[in-house]
Write a protein that binds this ligand. Structure first.
Ligand SMILES: [Zn+2]
Length: 440
């Protein structure tokens, strides 16, 4: 570090003398590979074993700082809340988690894909195994954190109760309890990006990726620029949850059938029942189908990604809703994607290229029934080497009337359907509810 930057750093720190109680007085704005005391723990992405691969370490705690081998902070988007907790004094900056009794409830893997650096680039395949494989680091005071957790639960849903009442689902005392609860194994995963692999997946250079991540996050992570030796980045974005219905061992067993849905978050529909799209009906239908698959000797998996509003976020989504309803001629399927592009510049930012990583982590080699119409999801999965036998779209009678605009526009854009692909004229006539009717 030069004298100039050091004095700037000290000036920053002295602006608020109270921060000295929490942190050393000198602020380290960034680090450099050749800097004194910087000796990252070796991290060999795609190595055969956890020990050979090494732990992912992003902590800036004193015993870990010089050994960090990852840029960013653990916890996905929640790292900001942790920072706030430290700032208000609710959490010490050097708090160390007590991991006793937190180990996974079910064993998943390891699979050959875990040591294939082209198959998994957006999560840490050993992220659940911190205590099992990296306890020697923890004992030495190195602040390694898990990025995956595996647990078990029962689920109780009104729609499932109704399906049981209607005779569409049965209680078997195993997959569905006598009380109508679904037994699930759940996996939560935070994003861990291996930057060379992510860049390759999108066909861009690592340098371009790192520069864009630096510039377009307001310069949040200078080490993306100053530490080309660090290849792993923990982005401050949402992660994913996997819901497994039936025996998790069957997911990687090619003699067992697998029903799967990959669902991207839509809070308005999934949780609050908004009827402008088909998200919740799809989610519920897939939970039912996964349950039936498990009851007939296979296994069902729902993967839920935190990619709200096609990863454009809810604010953009609502702006688009307004524009759709207000545009001349009303909300038609013909203008569905156009309005999103007017506001966001693109029609979709989910970029499904990273999505199949979780399927490879689960050991999936074939999906017998894939419950989705999305051509982007389908192509991403198939191109990653996983076979999809049958594509299942939502039954017509489960679609809310106002969601027809979305569905018909998607079919015309290439989404999977077993029915007719609408013509341009037909798209003009697929119209959603008049906006004024819902302004109450
Ligand atoms: Zn939706």
């Amino acid at each position: 570090m030069t004298k100039d930057t050091e004095s700037q750093d000290n000036a920053l720190a002295s602006q608020d003398s109270s921060s000295e109680q929490l942190y050393p007085s000198r602020v380290v704005l960034t680090t450099y590979p050749s800097q004194h005391g910087i000796e990252p723990i070796p991290l060999k992405w795609g190595a055969e074993t956890a020990a050979e691969r090494g732990p992912v370490l992003a902590s800036r705690q004193p015993d870990s700082f010089g050994k960090r081998n990852a840029i960013g902070a653990g916890g996905g988007s929640y790292c900001i809340y942790r920072a706030l907790a430290v700032a208000i004094g609710a959490l010490g900056p050097n708090h160390r988690p007590d991991f006793r009794l937190t180990e996974p409830t079910n064993k998943i893997g390891p699979f050959p894909s875990w040591s294939d650096p082209s198959k998994i680039v957006s999560m840490d395949p050993w992220g659940h195994a911190t205590v099992e494989h990296f306890s020697d680091y923890l004992e030495k005071g190195i602040d390694v954190r898990p990025t995956i957790a595996i647990t078990k639960a029962h689920m109780k849903l009104a729609e499932i109760d109704e399906a049981i009442r209607n005779g569409q689902l049965r209680c078997d005392g195993d997959v569905v309890t006598e009380g109508g609860e679904l037994k699930v194994v759940k996996v939560a995963s935070e994003p861990v990006w291996y930057l060379p692999g992510v860049a390759e997946r999108f066909g861009i250079s690592e340098a371009n990726l790192r520069r864009a991540l630096f510039e377009d996050t307001g310069g949040m992570y200078p080490e993306l620029i100053t530490r080309p030796d660090l290849k792993v980045f923990l982005p401050p974005i949402g992660g994913l949850t996997v819901y497994i219905f039936g025996n998790p061992d069957y997911i990687s067993d090619p003699t067992k059938r697998l029903t799967m849905r990959v669902h991207d978050e839509c809070n308005g529909s999934d949780v609050f029942g908004s009827d402008i799209c088909t998200c919740k009906p799809y989610l519920i239908y897939s939970i039912e189908e996964c349950t039936r698959e498990a009851q007939s000797g296979g296994v069902g998996v729902v993967v839920y990604f935190r990619k709200e509003g096609r990863a454009l976020g809810e604010v953009t989504k609502y702006l688009v809703y307004n524009a759709r309803k207000r545009q001349e001629g009303g909300d038609t399927a013909a203008n569905y994607f156009k309005r999103t592009e007017f506001v966001a510049g693109v029609k979709d930012m989910r970029f499904q290229a990273l999505m199949p990583d979780i399927l490879h982590w689960l050991g999936v080699s074939r999906i017998d029934r894939f419950i989705s119409m999305s051509n982007m999801k389908y192509e991403a999965i198939v191109n990653s080497g996983i076979e999809i036998v049958e594509r299942i779209s939502i039954p017509e009678d489960r679609m809310p009337a106002d969601s027809k605009v979305e569905i018909e526009a998607k079919i015309a854009d290439g989404y999977f359907t077993t029915g007719q692909v609408p013509t341009a004229d037909a798209l003009q006539s697929v119209k959603g509810r008049n906006w004024d009717e819902i302004a109450h």
